[in-house]
Design a protein around this ligand. Structure first.
Ligand code: 5GP
Length: 187
C-alpha cells in the first residue's frame, strides 16, 4: 500500500492538499467584518446564510459583526454529489420576512455565479431595502454570470476545494482549514 505524504488528506475517494490555513481564514473573516461594520454603522443587517456551505463562514463572521444582526437561512443546491455544477440551482427554505431589510447574502464560494444570480433574483422579489453579497472565496476565471461580490475573502484559481463548510460528496465540511484537490497521491 502506498504511504501518503503527511500533509495530504483523503476526503471520500479523493486526495486533498493544504490550501488556506485556519489563521489565514481568520484574517480574511476579520477583514471582511471590519469593512461590514464600517459600511453598516447605524444600520441593521439581515445575514442570509446559504446552506450548507456557508454555515461555518457565517457563524464566524456574525460573531465579529457589531451592528444589530438577524440571521436567516436558505438552501441552494446545485452540485449534487460531485465536483461539477449540475446546471440547475434549487433555492428553498427561506421563511423569514426580509422586506425592508438590508440583506447580506453569505456564500462560501462563487464558481459560475449561477447560484447567486438565482438567489438575488429571488430575493429582489421580496422587497428588501438592499442586497449585498459576501463570499469567502471566488473563482473569477470561471464566473459565467456577471455578478458583483461586495465582500470577498480571496480570489482563487478554478480548482475544487473542501473544508470550512465546503464539502466533497457530503464530506469534509468540518475541516477547519481549506484543502484543494490533488490527484497525485505522491506529490
Ligand atoms: P456556482 O453557482 O457559483 O457555480 O456555485 C456555487 C456553489 O457551488 C457554492 O455555494 C458551493 O456549494 C459549490 N462550489 C463551487 N465551487 C466549489 C468548490 O471548489 N468546492 C466545493 N466544495 N463547493 C464548490
Amino acid at each position: 500500500m502506498k504511504k501518503l505524504p503527511e500533509d495530504r488528506i483523503r476526503v471520500h475517494d479523493r486526495m486533498f492538499r493544504p490550501y488556506i490555513s485556519q489563521s489565514e481564514i481568520d484574517d480574511m473573516v476579520g477583514q471582511i467584518a471590519t469593512r461590514i461594520n464600517k459600511a453598516y454603522a447605524g444600520e441593521e443587517l439581515t445575514v442570509l446564510v446559504i446552506l450548507k456551505g456557508g454555515i461555518l463562514f457565517a457563524s464566524d463572521l456574525v460573531r465579529k459583526i457589531t451592528v444589530p444582526v438577524s440571521i436567516e437561512f436558505t438552501r441552494a443546491s446545485s452540485y449534487g454529489d460531485g465536483m461539477t455544477h449540475s446546471g440547475t440551482t434549487r433555492i428553498d427554505g427561506l421563511t423569514g420576512d426580509i422586506s425592508g431589510r438590508n440583506v447580506m447574502i453569505v456564500e462560501d464560494i462563487v464558481d459560475s455565479g449561477t447560484t447567486l444570480r438565482e438567489l438575488v433574483k429571488h430575493i429582489s422579489g421580496l422587497a428588501p431595502k438592499s442586497i449585498t453579497i459576501t463570499a469567502l472565496l471566488s473563482k473569477p476565471d470561471v464566473h459565467k454570470d456577471s455578478i458583483t461580490i461586495d465582500y470577498v475573502g480571496r480570489e482563487i484559481a478554478p480548482d475544487f476545494v473542501v473544508g470550512y463548510g465546503m464539502d466533497y460528496a457530503g464530506y469534509g465540511r468540518q475541516l477547519d482549514a481549506i484543502w484543494v484537490v490533488c490527484d497525485d497521491e505522491t506529490t
